[in-house]
Design a protein around this ligand. Structure first.
Ligand SMILES: [Zn+2]
Length: 171
């Protein structure tokens, strides 16, 4: 599967809940996990690969560790606490990193691939990843969170990517 890159219209679509976890969902999740690992992403939302479902996957391990993918179906954020401003990237915006405030910890409810409800508390980078993926499912992207200063950086980025040029990563 290839990941949609901005400005693909699919990235702005709001996802719809999964009614029944059937064969199509299994296949979709399998491909999403594979794509996330190949692309070395921390998370991937279904609308980034052209699906309309409220699903995202996350990889909680890095580097040489065996991947431990988590699957969130119909996720809902129950609670969020604190705030951390940090750099954030997105597979749909290669080489763009923006400083974005996110909660320090989140509590999220979702269904597993086996139709079991679960609640997870995540902190730091993983809390950031959950909010990032929830945004995707609502058609919201990292550029929507940018500060006035970063708006300029984004304009330059979009201009450069239109030209198909290599974008400078340094700030
Ligand atoms: Zn993203």
């Amino acid at each position: 599967m290839s990941v949609l890159k901005y400005p693909a219209p699919g990235l702005r679509k709001k996802s719809v809940p999964v009614e029944k976890i059937g064969e199509d969902v299994f296949k979709l999740v399998e491909s999403m996990v594979e794509t996330m690992i190949v692309e070395d992403g921390i998370g991937l939302a279904a609308n980034q690969v052209g699906s309309e479902y409220q699903i995202f996957v996350m990889n909680t391990t890095r580097g040489d560790e065996a991947p431990q993918p988590l699957v969130f179906i119909n996720p809902v954020v129950l609670q969020q606490e604190g705030e951390i401003i940090d750099e954030e990237g997105c597979l749909s915006f290669p080489d763009l990193y923006l400083k974005i405030p996110r909660p320090e910890s989140v509590q999220v409810h979702a269904k597993s691939l086996y139709n079991e409800d679960f609640v997870l508390e995540l902190t730091g980078l993983l809390a950031r990843a959950v909010m990032h993926e929830m945004d995707h499912l609502n058609g919201v992207l990292i550029i929507d969170h940018a500060s006035a200063v970063e708006k300029e950086k984004i304009e330059k980025y979009l201009e450069e990517s239109k030209k198909g040029m290599e974008v400078n990563r340094s700030i």
